[in-house]
Every structure is written in C-alpha cells, then in structure tokens.
Design a protein around this ligand. Sequence first.
Ligand code: FO1
Length: 310
Amino acid sequence: MLVGGVGGAKLAYGLYRVMPPEDLTIIVNTGDDFWHYGLRICPDLDTVMYTLAELVDKTNGWGVAGDTRNMIEGLRHFGETPWFGLGDKDLATHLLRTQMWHSGETLTKITRRLTSSLHISCTILPMTDTPVATIFNTVEAGELPFQEYFVKHRWQPTVTSLRFDDIENAVVSTSVRSAIENADTIIIGPSNPWLSVDPILNIPEMRDLIVARDVPRIAVTPIIAGDAVKGPAAKLMREWGYPVSAERVAQHYGDVINGFIHDVADADFDTAKLTDSVVHSVAMDTMMTTYEKREQLARQILKWTEETYL
Ligand code: FO1
C-alpha cells in the first residue's frame, strides 16, 4: 500500500492485523523528511513504524506515547525557540537513523534496521532512497519547506502551488519496484492526495509501474462529507478552487486507480463523475475511530477486492 502519515498509518495497522504480515508492504512518503539540528527526521516513516509497533502517541497520531520533551525544551537555554515537537524517546530513532545515514546506509536499509528492532513483521519502505523535499509557495510567507508550512505555520498560509524538489533525480528502489511488480492488490491509503501520495506517484517511473499492473488499484478517500478527516486536504482544495469531495479525490488519481472507496456518509457519491479507469467504487465506513474499526475496514477492503475483481 501507498501512504503518508497518520490516516494511512491507521489503515496500514488494520491490514497488518488482519492479513499475513509477510504479504504486506507499505510504501511511505518521504517528501516531508527534513534535517533538524543535524538530525534526519522522517515523520511519515516513523508514524507508520510507531503505529504498527503500538508505540505511537494516540492523541497526536505521531511521536511516541508518553514521551517527554526535555532535550528540545533544553534548547531554550541557548535562545532557541523549538517549533518541532521532538520527544526524547523519539530522538533515539533520529539519532540511530542519522548515524547510519552518515555511514552511507540507504534509507531502505535504515528503515529495515529500525522496524525489525521493533519486531514489525511486514515491510515498511521509503518511497525512494533519494532525498526529495516538498516545498510550498504561499501567499503570506513565500516559499516554505514542508514542516515549516505544516508545523511552524500550522498549515495556515494560503498555498498557491507546491513542488517536489529533486524528484527528477529520485530513483525507484529495487525493493519498491519488486513490491509493486509482485503486488496482488495496490491500496492508496486515506492520505492527503497532494501532500502525501503525489510525491510517491511523481517519482520517475513510479506511476507507469503502478498503472501497468492489472490488479485492483484502489484508493480510500481522505475526504468525508465535504471535509478532511485530519490535516489540510480540504483547505487546500478550497484554495485551489476544487470541490471538496471524494469524487474530486478520485479524479485526481486518474488512471492510477481502477477502484475507489468513499465513505458511507457520502450517500450521494456520484459515480458519473469518476474517470473511465475507475470501474468499481463502493461505500464503506472509513472513519477509523477505534482499533476495531481499523481492522473492520481492512477486512472489508480485502473481501470487497476479492469478490469484485474476478
Ligand atoms: N506534527 C505537528 O503538528 N507538530 C509537531 O510538533 C510534530 C512533531 C513531530 C515529530 C516527529 C514526527 O515523526 C512527526 C511530528 N509531527 C508533528 C507530524 C509531522 O509534521 C508529519 O509530517 C505530518 O503530520 C504530515 O504527515
């Protein structure tokens, strides 16, 4: 499956619980990765990793449960104003990752080391080993790297456009290629299509690799009843003059998908608005408000896929 952070991680958790973990590969956005005080931070990879390891802070959906912020707060002694909430336990992840990074390991290998230490038995892969940076053009604050827009400015500036720096140099890793070529279903999680999924799809070759697969290629909506479950998706859609609808999300994915899951709350979901490639769509309860509902949605998706795509 293809995911960003919190929303995608919840569905990834559901799938992890209901299917053989060795059959599950999660390809994660790294466009919001960045350097902070010399550390390589990969928020979406960590969110997926902590969620699957049941270490995640349940209130935020990211970071480590029960973590303290002594180190980052200590920076105030030196006149710094910490704006990115790095927890003390979470720092262990960034220290190890950064050490391995500087010794020349790939992010794929680093992620394998971290996830296997946490006894995660499915595969979590960065979308690429090549650093890519999502950059926003905003009206109020000019150009902003992802985490400055998202965390420092609390995604309040108006976004006129975004770009993925160095995407043209990004390479599909052997592991990602093999996962896509061997997948019997490809699921795009309920992640932000523009901020979390587009960086993955825009890696040269990636879209073609996915579209070439004659398997169920399904996206789960992150938009329910005209709003985003979490984060700036709906706000961005409004800023760009798009209708804030699940149909608009499906249209955005175009021929990358051949199936779409919208929420039961969107009873008036209009299949006539879907592009020709989307041959199947269905309503499910996609609000994963409990652990049980994550598993329920995962089970339903697998069952629907098996029954619908014969
Ligand atoms: N998101 C915030 O809104 N505020 C934070 O201070 C913050 C810290 C943070 C630390 C580690 C980590 O792995 C994620 C963190 N996030 C934080 C989430 C992060 O910004 C994600 O990139 C976004 O949620 C988009 O997926």
